[in-house]
Design a binder for this molecule. Structure first.
Ligand code: AMP
Length: 388
């Protein structure tokens, strides 16, 4: 099934394509059409890493009226970190539509938040305590809300947010869609649903993660100048896979260097003609080349079976790219390995990707002792757009 068949508008489909999503995940297939044309409230049983944010974000972005500068959708999250992630994800999907998305959470001065809310926003994402604080101060009006979303509802209940959630709920109009996402379905969640949802449906897709379970993920701590030597160790492990680089130039240089060292490697990047790319790809598929050195764009959409390894020689730019890259292996019931190189200062970024994708990445034995270098000599790459 494709995004095109879910009932989204052409403008939203463009935004989805630009984001790099190719096919909808299970939860997206279930939730998007229901939110666009159905009437029932929804409980989605699904974890982080299943694409649940986009599942509710896309229909909401369609429904928001940009001309009406009032809060039309509110998303409650248990933590400040999740609030930021969800707000980022919604923003990244809005395409050219002028929809403002704002995150409010505790542990931060309230002044700037008040000023931002006064300027006006269409979607608010935040933690219950701080949202209630704004409501009480009169700086947040929920009278125009049409979508009320509880993200990680089970965690919010565990954290004791139930009274806050109820108080916020009472501030919203009667007519609205309520959505609740939860990894588990304890009795407390069912009670909450009975109280606040009229006619609801439960959609359960808990086992579908964007990252195949068959991928063992590791990171190798290494100094920039030592990457090549460590890569050779990975390649010597019966390798059939893709080495991802940050730039076209890096793919060229690295594949050259590998060939000089006797490895059958070929570059795949966007500078090559379509015909040349297809030739390279076919050689890889027929195993004439066992090492493909590629950029994200060039490697998108290709489907090859039995890839043993994916190497992130350079970190990807976004969590989506991370998920895309490592999803190249571990297919069709075969185990695969994803090895991510991190140079000093990059660990935080990898941790962020892993959290976003809902996966665990273990430290590899190939890691070098870098404690003396951590955090030094490392700058944010030019063009890097995401959170650092
Ligand atoms: P979530 O479960 O909403 O936290 O999403 C996990 C990650 O998967 C995020 O980085 C999303 O941008 C990404 N993602 C969501 N839907 C898709 C999709 N259909 N294709 C590829 N990546 C996706």
């Amino acid at each position: 099934m494709s995004f095109e068949s879910l009932g989204l508008s052409e403008a939203t489909l463009v935004a989805v394509r630009e984001k790099g999503f190719e096919t909808p995940t299970d939860i997206q297939r279930e939730v998007i059409p229901r939110l666009i044309s159905g009437e029932k409230d929804i409980i989605g049983q699904s974890q982080t890493g299943t694409g649940k944010t986009a599942a509710f974000a896309l229909p909401i972005l369609e429904a928001v009226d940009p001309e009406l500068l009032a809060v039309q959708a509110i998303v409650l999250t248990p933590t400040r970190e999740l609030a930021l992630q969800v707000a980022d994800e919604i923003r990244s999907l809005r395409g050219r539509k002028r929809v403002y998305v704002y995150a409010v959470y505790g542990g931060q001065p309230i002044g700037p938040q008040i000023r931002a809310l006064e300027r006006g926003t269409h979607v608010v994402v935040g933690t219950p305590g701080r949202i209630l604080d704004h409501i009480r101060r009169g700086t947040l009006d929920l009278g125009s809300v049409r979508f009320f979303i509880l993200d990680e509802a089970d965690r919010m209940l565990d954290m004791g947010f139930i009274d806050d959630i109820e108080a916020i709920f009472r501030e919203t109009p009667r007519q609205k869609r309520v959505l609740m996402f939860s990894a588990t379905m304890p009795a407390a969640i069912k009670r909450l649903a009975r109280r606040y949802m009229t006619n609801h449906e439960v959609i359960s897709v808990s086992s579908d993660s964007l990252v195949p379970e068959m991928v063992d993920q590791e990171y190798v701590e290494v100094l920039p100048g030592r990457k090549f030597n460590v890569l050779r160790k990975v390649l010597d492990d019966n390798f059939y896979g893709i080495v991802f680089c940050a730039t076209k130039r890096e793919t060229r240089e690295l594949s050259e260097r590998l060939r000089r060292a006797g490895y059958p490697a070929e570059a795949l990047n966007g500078d090559m003609s379509q015909a040349a790319r297809e030739r390279t790809f076919r050689r890889f598929k027929n195993r004439k080349t066992r090492i493909l050195v590629a950029t994200d764009v060039a490697a998108r959409g290709w489907d090859v079976r039995n890839i043993t390894h994916v190497v992130n020689y350079s970190l990807p730019m976004t969590p989506e790219d991370y998920v895309h890259r490592i999803g190249r292996t571990g297919r069709m019931g075969r185990r695969g390995k994803a090895v991510t190189f991190v140079v000093p200062g990059e660990r935080d970024r990898l941790d962020y990707f892993a959290r976003r994708a809902g996966v665990e990445v273990k430290r590899s034995e190939l890691s070098e002792e870098l404690s003396d270098y951590r955090g030094r000599n490392y700058r944010r790459p030019k063009n890097y757009r995401g959170r650092w």
